[in-house]
Design a protein around this ligand. Structure first.
Ligand SMILES: [Zn+2]
Length: 358
């Protein structure tokens, strides 16, 4: 989970109150490149069983949207939802120690049929949405994906090097609350998920627009004894701690005062100083999320093979070739009759088909 070590020589330390904003490596690199750089900051509250993370996706998020421009782009409401999902995916991936992709999906029953954000362990990320209906300006979360309370949010952990027979782990949560009331805030949906799956109180704040996708996560640490931040989790004892830790409640309440506009426009130093100026915050060197798509001709070939010879031959006879576009990055893959024949001629030594290439 989370941090495997205490702040060490490679990390920089900052007392939140009154400290000058330290210029980390990522900040310098951004200045050198003259462009915006995405950043994910981790921090802990000294001596308290509470940790936090703040992510600001700028260049990487804009690249995701740019890849969609050729297909007409997204309505603003869908952009905002997909951005919140992408920021949340980066936070959730960073929050677990897992060697594989974290895939956040919403299967909608409204004009947005599917929205996907996928984040790898190195925080390379990609996202896409399928919009089939008309999105009215100002549409809420439920108007986008949960019109009839049939929308679902799935969180999948897909191991990188799967053992034979090993399955991806998937958790599914509804987009409504205990009384089947629709939830209009994605962060709230994911807070429920994390409380269920990790048995840890979690406060999540998300915001996105066409330039920035950002999020703040505050979580109670799984502690066995006071100050033992890295001890084995005693699950029963931990469950007893849900909703009762005063330090967590205070810090989560402070986090809850963060406004959407502040999250979108202020840098990490300013946000953390404004929110937690009375707390002792230790920060870690920021990491840099980036856009990357792992689609490939081999993966697309594997997906076509899984459709079977008859299906592929039927497409070839109709159109002369098979053309597949990647929904995430816009890459186009074409298979002419010779390529297609080769797909089925050499079925050994091929990578397994990817289910994520549409
Ligand atoms: Zn791609």
């Amino acid at each position: 989970m989370w941090l495997s070590r205490q702040p060490g020589p490679r990390n920089w330390l900052c007392q939140a109150a009154g400290a000058a904003p330290p210029r980390g490596a990522a900040t310098r690199a951004a200045a050198e490149r003259g462009g915006p750089m995405s950043e994910l900051h981790k921090f802990i509250f000294d001596g308290l069983p509470v940790r936090g993370m703040l992510v600001r996706l700028t260049g990487s998020w804009q690249e995701i949207l740019k890849r969609r421009q050729a297909a007409g782009g997204y309505p603003a409401e869908v952009t905002n939802l997909l951005g919140e999902m992408t920021a949340a995916g980066a936070l959730m991936q960073s929050n677990i120690k897992f060697n594989g992709a974290l895939i956040l999906q919403i299967f909608g029953d409204g004009p947005v049929k599917l929205a996907v954000a996928e984040v790898q362990p190195d925080l390379s990320l990609r996202a896409t949405a399928t919009v089939t209906g008309t999105v009215d300006p100002g549409s809420s979360l439920s108007q986008l994906v949960n019109v009839n309370n049939q929308g679902r949010c799935a969180i999948t952990l897909d191991p990188k090097d799967k053992l034979p027979g090993q399955q991806a782990y998937q958790g599914v949560v509804p987009l409504y609350g205990d009384q089947r009331e629709k939830i209009e805030n994605l962060a709230e949906v994911l807070e429920h998920y994390m409380l269920q799956s990790e048995q840890l109180d979690t406060k999540l704040i998300l915001a996105a627009d066409g330039s920035v996708a950002a999020g703040l996560l505050i979580q109670r640490l799984p502690v066995k004894g006071q100050g033992n931040l890295e001890g084995q989790i005693d699950r029963d004892a931990n469950e007893d701690q849900i909703g009762v830790n005063e330090d967590y409640k205070r810090i989560a309440m402070l986090a809850g005062t963060l406004k959407r506009e502040e999250l979108l426009t202020l840098d990490a130093d300013t946000i953390l100083r404004r929110l937690f100026w009375e707390e002792q915050v230790s920060r870690f060197e920021p990491v840099v999320p980036s856009f990357a798509c792992n689609c490939s001709r081999e993966r697309v070939g594997g997906m076509l093979r899984s459709l079977g010879t008859a299906e592929i031959e039927s497409i070839i006879s109709e159109r002369g070739k098979v053309a597949v576009g990647c929904e995430f990055c816009g890459a186009q893959y074409e298979f002419d009759p010779v390529d297609a024949a080769q797909l089925f001629a050499s079925q050994t030594n091929q990578p397994p088909p990817s289910s994520t290439v549409q």
